[in-house]
Ligand binder design. Structure first.
Ligand code: HEC
Length: 149
């Protein structure tokens, strides 16, 4: 398989919380199951759209770290609204970009369950580095915009 194919098949994550099976299996009602699905394309211009499509499943739609997949993970997803507070009042833009790209040393990003977004974005934009940068930068700006005051 060509590398391009390989990365396109690389999965994004969705969660089926088994609610639909609740009647047959009441005991599994709240068990989150992570499924790998083909990643869907989004506009590189919208940080919010990308966040909703790729990040909210773990980090939550508001970024608080309480997405539906959170309970299925060994490491709890970070509350992305607290990054400025935790960094002494300055938004850590460089760190956030490198976590998204996959160059930061963060075990939970880049593990089996968590694709390295830099590679996915690269395949999505057919190797156009400028578009990868635009995606990472707009996601970073979006996360900056949701910081708790
Ligand atoms: C499969 C679940 C999952 C998905 C999907 C996911 N993350 Fe994460 N993320 C995590 C976990 C878990 C951590 C905590 C890692 C750790 O502490 O080692 C984390 C940490 C982070 C951090 C570091 C925060 C800090 O405390 O410095 C950033 C930034 C981040 N994620 C951004 C994103 C963005 C942007 C997306 C979407 C493109 C995304 N994540 C998608 C699970 C996920």
């Amino acid at each position: 398989m060509s590398p391009k194919h390989w990365t396109l098949l690389f999965a994004a994550l969705i969660v089926s919380s088994c609610v639909s099976f609740a009647q047959e299996q009441p005991q599994d009602q709240n068990k989150a199951v992570i499924q790998h699905v083909p990643i869907s394309a989004t506009s590189p211009a919208s940080g919010k759209q990308m966040f909703t499509a790729y990040c909210a499943v773990c980090h939550g739609t508001e970024g608080n770290g309480n997405g539906p997949a959170a309970s299925a993970l060994k490491t709890a997803p970070s509350d992305l609204t607290q990054l400025t507070k935790e960094n002494g009042g300055k938004f850590p833009a460089m760190k956030v970009s490198s976590v998204i790209r996959g160059t930061a040393d963060l075990p939970a990003h880049g593990s089996k369950d968590m694709p390295v977004w830099g590679e996915l974005f690269w395949s999505m934009s057919h190797g156009q580095e400028s578009q990868v940068q635009q995606r990472v930068s707009n996601l970073t700006h979006y996360i900056e915009s949701i910081q708790a005051k």
